[in-house]
Design a protein around this ligand. Structure first.
Ligand code: ARG
Ligand code: ZN
Length: 890
């Protein structure tokens, strides 16, 4: 089945296409076993490039005929290409007829079946699994699509754009014809044929235009679409207000599907969503789900401009649309959060995710630049680097040119490039050109290194106070460690937002030497663009405490040399909520790393515990913030601070810290639990969800403490809460408190929960995930996962289900996964191979778990290597998995 065409694609080899496809008329006769596709295209030579044969992409297709201007023509098939040597010089019509087999398509790329319907996923290279085409993003065509299918089984027939006509056909079949007036690359094509119902909403936008919004789901799920619809409306309003980008379609459709490789897809006018990223109700969704759904609905909608109206020239430019669109959805979420504190909570969560996912990626075998230089399988590059670090790069533009300057830059970008397929460089140029003289424009070439250099820069900051001169000299220096294929790195542009605090916590005015003293700003942005630079602040009354990299103004690792005393000042007084949270994490990190490095058992000191108690009891801090500050750093992030990682030692230190926090603050947790209950009707807003987060954290601590000999009433209260809860956030919080503490009541609570939700696939996913993520204790979690693999509800074929159990263990539960007996690695190898035979994209993602194996201590390191070698030895691996394991072993 696999043809072993593992070629390395290089960015520098980009050449424009030899032909353009201007229009395409697609006709589908949809049958699960064999779907007939007829494609009529209008082609034109690209005058700008040398003549050559026409080479079309096609995979897993059965070719029936090829006609040029109505005449049959000779062709060759080589690997995944259909080659036609003799084509007319002038424009011509190309007609291709082929079949594909949707029901056999377990890879979920191209046209596939799910729950008895037909769905497509074409990004990045799925269209070639539907029909032969120039399946590359710089070939943009106008599509007309005719769908024919059985009317009873597939009453809804959807494609991009506007509905031109419907008709009833013989044999119980019917037809729908769609036309999308916007030229688009093939990766944005979509069709859906299924038994679905829609929530509809008509809106009139600022521009005075009327639009129809529709959210299509299976019968029975309609009441779970209200949140998605509200999120979509909010997104339309926001993009018009913030960036003056209107909805350009009369009809905008969103469809949910249960089998889907990622979160969602921005097909023009017909977004397709994983149901996990679309359906929400208080009964089945947590506050975090509501929040995530809002941001994904927004993300896909925002792609309509950043991705669809202006698309990528080639896949190396993926971050052009993804980094920018993640940035936009993050800004949207912050604006929706409304209060400064809720905005900060959004920012903290985004940074936490970046550090947990992207920092390890940047330090591991798959490290790549935001704009990669090469790939074997593009699906392997839908990464935290391209998405999340890419978003941080876009945020730095905004920091350097200001919010208004950035909006101006966006306008210029669309003015120049609407309707085009462009590059990251084009974007950089537009933002810079719209802001002449800005700190970005004067350093544009240096700034561009963010796109070409992989690795997380290390930023060192050291301050020296001169009491006589009343000056404070801040010396900033940077270094970027080597990454695979990149040794000597050049300095990057690092915007450092900062403030200076007096020892009593008062913000100090920031005047740099040479500036007139009129400036009273207490926060400003310094721009580091050399290996080392010093900045001298004048008129500084006493030795200050620096608050650096406020709001996480650059995606770097900061070493500011601050000790406990200074961190405690920041924790208490910093006006920047992000750095206040950061201080809480740094205090915890120092203690955990101290224990891991010394090999001594961890003992939390009174100063730390008092500081945490003060946060918990603070009169003014938001509950959501408190919950984040009292949460210990992720084990993955802790591991990144170590040169040789013993995951069991890290886990032991974190577990000890957790237990001591639980015990020492027991009365405070009980207070927090009792005083933050929400009595009003459920709403996922920041205030309510913040309270629930703190209540759930408190309950987890209280149950943990009970199982370690503390007040034994709490497991029973948690159990009762699971029964009484009126929303999933409370219910899941109480259940996970029992499961994580391995409380005696956990098993019966899990059984009850399963029985209660056995009809709700998305909740059963949570049920599996919670057990896969449960804190490890004497191998119990690992044993449980192995058992659950045999559960009647488990299947590898549904990506959500496979992820819920296998990824939870291998990716999010280091202590259960990294076992001295190597059983975790053996399990990983088996599952990668089993998944690879079904769905290479999902398998490739699981393979990434081993990215950081070289940083492991023995015996983990040797055993991990053995498992990777075992996977690599399989002869017919997909390109997806092969690229990952070969890079791991390189
Ligand atoms: N463009 C989609 C999004 O981020 C993701 C598509 C990912 N496709 C893939 N084959 N990995 O919204
Ligand atoms: Zn995206």
């Amino acid at each position: 089945m696999r043809e072993g065409t593992a070629t390395l694609i290089r960015r520098e080899d980009y050449v424009a296409p030899v032909f353009w496809i201007r229009t395409v008329d697609l006709c589908f006769d949809l049958e699960p076993a064999k779907t007939l596709v007829t494609s009529k295209m209008r082609l034109e030579r690209n005058a700008g490039v040398p003549h050559g044969p026409l080479r079309l992409h096609g995979e897993e297709l059965n070719l029936l005929r090829v006609l040029i201007d109505g005449e049959s023509v000779s062709f060759r098939q080589e690997g995944h290409e259909l080659i036609i040597d003799n084509v007319p010089d002038a424009d011509f019509n190309l007609e291709i007829r082929n079949t594909c087999a949707p029901e056999k398509n377990t890879a979920l790329s191209g046209l596939y079946t799910s729950g008895g319907g037909f769905f497509t996923q074409c990004e990045a290279e799925g269209f070639r699994r539907i029909t032969y085409f120039l399946d590359r993003p710089d070939v943009m065509a106008v599509y007309t699509v005719t769908l024919r299918a059985d009317k009873a089984r597939y009453p809804m027939l959807l494609s991009n754009g506007n509905l031109l006509e419907t008709a009833t056909l013989d044999n119980g079949r019917h037809l729908a014809k769609w036309h999308d007036p916007f030229p688009k690359p093939s990766y944005l094509f979509a069709l859906v044929a299924a038994d679905l119902v829609a929530r509809e909403q008509r809106i009139r936008t600022r521009a005075g235009k009327d639009h129809l919004l529709q959210v299509y789901v299976r019968r029975g799920d309609l009441e779970k679409t209200e949140h998605a619809m509200n999120s979509l409306i909010a997104s339309v309003v926001w993009d018009e207000a913030r960036f003056k980008l209107p909805l350009d379609l009369e009809r905008f459709m969103v469809v949910g599907v249960s089998d889907f490789n990622m979160g969602a897809m921005e097909n023009k006018g017909l977004n397709i969503f994983n149901t996990a990223a679309l359906l929400a109700s208080p009964a089945i969704s947590t506050d975090a789900d509501f929040h995530r759904i809002e941001s994904i609905v927004a993300h896909e909608y925002f792609h309509n401009w950043t991705g669809n109206r202006v698309t990528c020239r080639d896949w190396f430019q993926l971050s052009l649309k993804e980094g920018l669109t993640v940035f936009r959805d993050q800004e949207f979420s912050q604006d929706m959060a409304a209060t400064p504190s809720a905005r900060a909570v959004c920012r903290i969560q985004d940074v936490r995710a970046l550090r947990a996912m992207q920092f390890p990626e940047d330090a591991g075998s798959m490290a790549h630049a935001v704009r990669p230089d090469q790939y074997v399988e593009i699906n392997n590059f839908y990464t935290a680097t391209v998405y999340n670090k890419g978003a941080e790069v876009v945020r730095m533009y905004q920091t350097l040119v200001g919010r208004e300057g950035f909006a101006k830059g966006m306008s210029l970008y669309f003015e120049r490039h609407d309707g085009q397929a462009v590059t990251c460089d084009d974007f950089a140029q537009a933002i810079a050109d719209a802001n002449p003289g800005s700190p970005l424009s004067t350093r544009l070439d240096t700034f561009r290194r963010w796109y070409s250099q992989a690795g997380t820069p290390r930023l060192q900051a050291r301050g020296a106070y001169d009491a006589d001169a009343r000056t404070y000299t801040l010396t900033l220096s940077q270094a970027n460690p080597a990454t695979p294929g990149q040794d000597g790195k050049q300095p990057q542009v690092i915007p450092v937002a900062l403030g200076l605090l007096s020892r009593e916590g008062r913000p100090l005015p920031l005047t740099l030497q040479g500036e007139d003293g009129g400036t009273v700003a207490t926060e400003r942005v310094l721009v580091l663009d050399q290996a080392e630079q010093s900045f001298v602040f004048v008129d500084v009354a006493g030795e200050p405490v620096p608050s650096l990299l406020r709001g996480f103004s650059a995606p770097v690792v900061l070493d500011d040399g601050l000790g406990d005393a200074e961190l405690l000042v920041l924790l208490k007084h910093d006006s920047d909520a992000f750095n206040r949270w950061e201080a809480s994490q740094r205090l915890a990190l120092a203690r955990i790393l101290g224990a891991v490095r010394s090999g001594e058992p961890l003992t939390l000191d009174a100063a730390y515990l008092d500081a945490m108690r003060a946060v918990l009891r603070h009169a003014d801090l938001d509950p959501a913030f408190k919950a984040l500050a009292l949460q210990l750093p992720d084990e993955a992030y802790i591991a990144e601070q170590l040169t040789e990682v013993d995951p069991q030692a890290v886990h032991a230190a974190v577990a000890a810290a957790q237990e001591q926090l639980a015990t020492a603050l027991q009365a405070d947790w009980a207070w927090a639990f009792e005083t933050h209950q929400v009595s009003a009707g459920y709403s996922p807003d920041p205030v309510q969800s913040g309270k629930r987060a703190l209540v759930n954290l408190s309950l987890a601590m209280l149950v943990l403490n009970a199982t370690r000999g503390g007040d034994g009433v709490w497991p029973g209260r948690a159990y009762q809460r699971i029964k009484d809860a009126t929303n999933m956030t409370d219910r899941l919080g109480a259940l996970s408190a029992l499961v994580n503490a391995h409380a005696e009541l956990a098993d019966s609570a899990l059984a009850r929960f399963h029985a209660q939700f056995k009809g709700e696939a998305l909740v059963i996913d949570k049920w599996f995930a919670m057990q896969g993520r449960a804190a490890e204790q004497d191998g119990k979690t690992f044993a449980r996962v192995k058992q659950l693999m045999k559960h009647a509800d488990f299947t590898l074929k549904n990506p959500n289900r496979a992820r819920s159990l296998i990824f939870s263990l291998c990716m999010f539960n280091p202590a259960a996964f990294h076992r001295a007996d190597a059983a975790g690695y053996v399990f990983w190898a088996e599952q990668v191979l089993a998944l690879d035979a079904i769905n290479p994209q999902v398998a490739g993602r699981l393979a990434r778990v081993m990215d950081r194996w070289t940083a492991l201590a023995e015996p983990y390191r040797g055993a991990a290597r053995e498992a990777i070698v075992r996977v690599a030895a399989k002869p017919d691996l997909s390109n997806d998995v092969r690229e990952i394991v070969e890079r791991a072993l390189a």
